[in-house]
Write a protein that binds this ligand. Structure first.
Ligand code: SAH
Length: 256
């Protein structure tokens, strides 16, 4: 069974302890995963990471270190974020099994990413807002937070099971295949550019009427992320925004 597993990015965001990076690499390699991505780790490279990788040093050596989350998500059309607790960000929630299936279904179409947060504070709300869904390991509600590398192990194991399932012919069909599968899904970067455009256009048409835009933007993000837009659909939506901006300029007495 050949899966483009290089496209399945395990992204560790702002990791504080290099030992956790090494243990995460080991956890991934035992489960057949290889694409480790690091976003602004506090200490890396570091001997402690190599010690705890215990033979998974190749993953450390090939792990790109990104300055920003945006950079790590370039080209990704599905982004899931793990979280030990419910956040204020309204996101669909998945358990690890559902997440593994979704990632595996997605990986055939291009890069996908699974994010893990900082040891002390997890993923920031702004980072979770980049995600299509949040993934929670159903742990003890009174003691819900796993060690970072342990969480990577649990998710990697579920991905392994999903890969083995797929190899046995059991991959679920997932979301119905569109009539013509030709159009690629919008990537994280295209969607971000769309959200910036949407934000500008909503201001220009005075949609918010002086109210703070954050809540509406969060809800709109969730709506559009849920829709699984393809690249052409994003183009159409941006075309509508451009026209709305043009009409707003005319209404203000400007030129078209
Ligand atoms: N105090 C932090 C805990 C972070 S634990 C918080 O409240 O968010 C470090 C990382 O491990 C988390 O960001 C997440 O990526 C992962 N993790 C730990 N426990 C988890 C759980 N129960 N479900 C999903 N991910 C978990």
């Amino acid at each position: 069974m050949t899966l483009p597993i290089d496209n399945l990015r395990i992204v560790l965001v702002g990791t504080q302890h290099p030992g956790n990076i090494g243990s995460a690499a080991r956890a991934m390699k035992t489960m057949g995963l290889s694409a480790l991505h690091l976003v602004a780790p506090e200490r890396f490279p570091d001997q402690e990471a190599n010690t705890l990788a215990a033979g998974a040093d190749d993953l450390l050596a090939s792990a790109p270190v990104h300055a920003s989350l945006d950079e790590a998500l370039a080209g990704c059309h599905l982004v899931l974020g793990t979280s030990a607790r419910r956040r204020h960000v309204p996101l669909p929630e998945m358990n690890p099994r559902e997440a593994a299936r979704a990632l595996l279904e997605g990986v055939g179409r291009g890069p996908v990413a699974l994010l893990f947060g900082r040891e002390r504070t997890g993923l920031e709300n702004e980072e979770l807002q980049r995600c299509h869904a949040s993934v929670g390991i159903p742990s003890n509600p009174d003691f819900s937070s796993l060690n970072l590398a342990s969480a990577v192990q649990v998710l990697s194991y579920e991905l392994r099971l999903a890969v083995l399932d797929a190899a046995a012919g059991g991959l679920p069909s997932g979301r119905p295949t569109p009539v013509a599968e030709a159009e690629p899904l919008a990537t994280a970067d295209e969607l971000e550019r769309y959200f910036v455009h949407l934000d500008q256009a909503l201001h220009e048409i005075d949609f918010h009427k002086g109210k703070p835009p954050e809540m509406v933007m969060q809800r709109l993000r969730r709506l559009y992320l849920r829709a699984g837009l393809d690249a052409r659909e994003v183009k159409i939506l941006r075309g509508i925004l451009t026209e709305a901006q043009r009409m707003a300029r005319i209404a203000r007495g400007g030129r078209a």
